[in-house]
Design a protein around this ligand. Structure first.
Ligand code: MG
Length: 365
């Protein structure tokens, strides 16, 4: 079962409403789709969106890396020797984690199709249903309260609120506005996307604890490289602190786990370079008693379906953040994970469970 061809396709889908974090604003979801074809006719699909401010990759760099660096290493190799294959994939270049992830996902799709298993069962089969949060973009407090109210009415029980764009006083005002609008039933998790200093984060989180504004967890309060600052925040507050941009690789995870710098890790396939490396991060975390969340970039249902299979496959993944496809005005994918408001059900078909990819309306010109 050797890899016969690797093809790439740029796609674009507009968002309903701009997605705004402390790092960036996105109005159109762009991605490179990857199709891996094996010599026995089995095909698999993968996806990589460009997230310059997090992985350093662009649409052009992703496609170029796949075509000129990754494909030459993989063509003609058997997907059944996957540990060797993924070793070669990751040794072929440093970084470029989203490009690697797209190819890793497509190969996993092929492998699980060959085994006639849905990918989540191929990976461990821990659960078949997931419940996602919905993201409230960082805006003025009243606009954020309006958005939060709408998402709760739409059936979401957990909101992920983006903060860290300006002052912490404004962030506290944002959380107060949202809480007073939606009441205490829904869970609120915060994501500062590296926007606070350690001192700011400690002050903001303690203030919210004093004000009895319940916060489920705080994601990546400080800069990605500031592991000491991350640990200071974790040690100085009662609220759960989660590492996101600080952890790309298993080596990054090891450093955070050894120093107990966070209470949870947010794994994203686009940071780890795909499912093979993500499994290693999850295993390291589980061995230290640290649960994981699985999140995504602004991806279509193809990338999210892959991340959902990974999350559903493993017991140590206890939370997910998979709202990205719900923000899109369309989707090139037929099949994949099925949404019923916040609840996601894994497909029973082999592999990712993607039935068809419809390019006509979504190809970049
Ligand atoms: Mg995050």
């Amino acid at each position: 079962m050797k890899i016969a061809s690797i093809d790439t396709y740029p796609i674009a889908v507009p968002l309903h409403k701009p997605f705004k974090t402390a790092l960036r604003t996105v109005t159109v979801a762009q991605s490179i789709y990857v199709k891996v074809t094996c010599d026995n006719g089995i095909t698999g699909w993968g996806e990589a969106p460009p997230t310059h401010v997090i992985t350093g990759e662009s649409l052009v760099s992703i496609e170029h890396t796949i075509r000129t660096i990754l494909a030459p290493v993989l063509l003609g190799e058997s997907v059944l020797n996957r540990d060797t294959l993924f070793g070669a994939l990751h040794a072929s270049c440093v970084g470029n984690t989203s490009a690697k992830a797209a190819v890793d996902i497509a190969i996993h799709d092929c492998l699980a199709r060959f085994c006639r298993l849905p990918l989540y069962q191929f990976l461990g089969g821990a659960k078949r249903m997931l419940e996602t949060d919905y993201t409230v973009s960082v805006n003025e407090p009243e606009e954020m309260a309006d958005d939060a109210e709408r998402y709760i009415k739409d059936g979401f029980r957990t909101l992920k609120v983006k903060v860290g764009k300006d002052s912490i006083d404004k962030d506290i005002e944002r959380i107060r506005a949202i809480r007073s609008r939606i009441g205490d039933d829904a869970a609120i998790r915060l994501d500062a996307n590296q926007g606070w200093s350690a001192k700011d984060a400690i002050r903001a989180i303690r203030r919210m604890e004093e004000l009895k504004l319940p916060i489920e967890l705080v994601e990546q309060p400080v800069k990605a490289g500031d592991i000491e600052g991350l640990k200071q925040v974790t040690d100085a507050t009662h609220t759960i602190v989660m590492a996101d941009e600080s952890v790309f690789s298993p080596a990054d995870a090891k450093r955070v786990l050894e120093t107990r710098s966070a209470d949870m890790i947010n794994i994203k396939l686009m940071k780890s370079g795909g499912i093979h490396q993500a499994c290693k991060i999850n295993a390291l975390a589980e061995s230290c008693g640290i649960p994981c969340m699985v999140g995504s970039m602004i991806e279509t249902k193809l990338g999210i379906t892959a991340a959902a299979h990974f999350a559903a496959g493993l017991n140590n993944v206890t939370k997910v953040d998979f709202d990205a496809p719900l923000m899109l005005t369309g989707d090139p994918i037929v099949g994949g994970v099925v949404y019923n408001r916040a609840v996601m059900t894994m497909p029973d078909e082999p592999g990712l469970g993607i039935d068809e990819v419809q390019f006509q309306e979504h190809v970049l010109s």
